[in-house]
Design a protein around this ligand. Structure first.
Ligand SMILES: Cc1cc2nc3c(=O)[nH]c(=O)nc-3n(C[C@H](O)[C@H](O)[C@H](O)COP(=O)(O)OP(=O)(O)OC[C@H]3O[C@@H](n4cnc5c(N)ncnc54)[C@H](O)[C@@H]3O)c2cc1C
Length: 411
């Protein structure tokens, strides 16, 4: 019988897992080197979207052809630290291959199985915790300069529609009714209903964690330097044991997975945000600025613009170019944008070559469960991962198909 569980990593994934396990009656200990809600977590600085319809991975048919242009064009939202390329190649090649038509079908279906009920999952997790007030239900829009840019996104929109995520097309006149401050550069939009967003991801996480702690959930603040079937070793050399151990260490997961001989292949897709505190312009709901590949989200106290992708690993300092791109592009959306203060942030999306997280136990280590790698949608699917891991640990029967997420699939 499972009584004691250790969960390493206190981002949205780990906090969702510990709270679900606590509710199921387990004696749970969360372990992290920093506090939940800390700016060093990816869960701190995301765009806040509960992106139910985000079932199209970054790698899609034809991406390889577009990459060279994306890399040399300073207006494009893809950045690379060139010295990092040799380290990136073993990940990049299978990542690009995963964009084939056949693989895409399988990936989209698997992603949908995680995202489709994400707003309800967040509401269920946060109900009665003090975190619920940070959930806003509403639409998710995609803003395009013109019909051509709108048409270029047709592939993804059609797949989404086939999964039941329907959209409404907006003309320039509709956009003006929606938000008169949006500049005339943007003439087309697609709006998906029944989404949601978090109005302060850090406070949301802190509220969930405080609730878990107030009801007896334990926390050890330490780095984990080693892991075995039913134990972890803390930085001070102390070993802590349990019936089950969960790895939820986001973009840093290769370190512990490697100790268990798991080829986890998590790469950091670095992303950035600019927070315009006291912004005089805020869209009515989150808008993906399609030509900048970032989302402008109304958040508590201002406007957060978060997104773009940079490959450069976990250690390199933040770059200026991605921030400048977001800064420039948001001025194209809102030319009269004014604010009291600008805050910047960089974080690490935990991304696998096939864009699917690793969920489940590890060959040879039946009592270790992986729960990481939810790339661009980790906030969206965090509570779902919490339920799934709890189901696995308690051996509950479920009709969820875990096969696409097997932890040993990159052997
Ligand atoms: C710019 C940007 C925008 C985004 N926008 C969205 C969005 O709108 N919607 C969405 O769904 N997702 C979004 N994401 C993705 C999402 O933020 C991540 O997928 C998610 O936060 C990952 O959560 P996590 O709990 O797995 O990892 P993290 O939040 O990074 O937490 C991992 C934790 O593990 C701890 N840890 C690691 N190694 C160890 C160790 N050895 N010992 C102890 N502790 C350890 C770390 O300290 C950290 O606290 C965005 C990401 C970025 C960068």
């Amino acid at each position: 019988m499972v009584r004691k569980v250790l969960v390493v990593g206190g981002g949205i994934t780990g906090v969702s897992i510990v709270e679900n396990l606590r509710r199921s009656g387990a004696e749970v200990t969360l372990v992290d080197r920093i506090d939940p809600g800390d700016p060093k977590q990816t869960s701190f600085g995301n765009a806040g979207m509960l992106a139910r319809a985000a079932i199209i991975p970054v790698a899609t048919p034809g991406l390889l052809r577009k990459i060279p242009k994306m890399l040399i064009d300073p207006q494009r939202p893809l950045f690379v630290k060139w010295g990092y390329i040799p380290k990136l190649l073993p990940w990049l090649i299978p990542f690009l291959k995963s964009g084939s038509v056949e693989k895409l079908k399988h990936i989209v279906g698997a992603l949908d199985s995680l995202t489709h009920d994400s707003v309800e999952q967040h509401l269920n997790l946060s109900r009665g915790t003090g975190a619920e007030k940070f959930i806003q239900k509403g639409c998710f829009g995609f803003l395009y300069p013109d019909e051509k840019a709108f048409a270029d996104d047709k592939f993804g929109r059609e797949i989404k529609s086939s999964y039941g995520y329907h959209y409404k097309k907006l003309t320039r006149m509709d956009i003006e009714k929606l938000d008169a401050n949006i500049s005339k550069r943007y003439n087309c939009a697609a709006v998906f209903e029944n989404h949601g967003w978090i109005t302060d991801p850090s406070k949301y996480l802190k509220a969930l964690f405080e609730h878990y702690s107030s009801l007896g959930g334990k926390f050890i603040k330490s780095e984990v330097i080693d892991i075995n079937n039913q134990s972890i070793t803390l930085k001070n050399g102390k070993m802590v044991t349990a019936d089950k151990v969960v790895i939820a260490t986001g973009a840093w997961s290769n370190f512990l997975a490697k100790k268990l001989k798991v080829k986890s292949m998590v790469e950091s897709e670095r992303g950035y945000h600019l927070f315009f505190k006291g912004s005089n312009m805020i869209p009515p709901f989150p808008l993906m600025i399609s030509d900048g590949k970032f989302i402008a989200t109304p958040m508590d106290g201002g406007l957060r613009c978060a997104g773009v992708v940079e490959f450069g690993g976990l250690k390199a300092p933040p770059s200026e170019a991605p921030l400048n791109l977001i800064r420039r592009k948001i001025k194209e959306v809102y030319p009269d944008l004014q604010f009291d203060e600008e805050l910047t942030w960089m974080g690490h999306r935990p991304s696998t070559p096939d864009s699917l997280p690793l969920i489940g136990s590890v060959d040879g280590f039946a009592d270790v469960i992986c729960a990481f790698g939810a790339q661009h949608i980790g906030l969206t699917v965090g509570p779902k991962l919490g339920i799934l891991v709890s189901d696995l640990i308690f051996g509950r029967r479920t009709n969820f198909d875990f096969n696409p997420f097997k932890a040993n699939r990159f052997r």
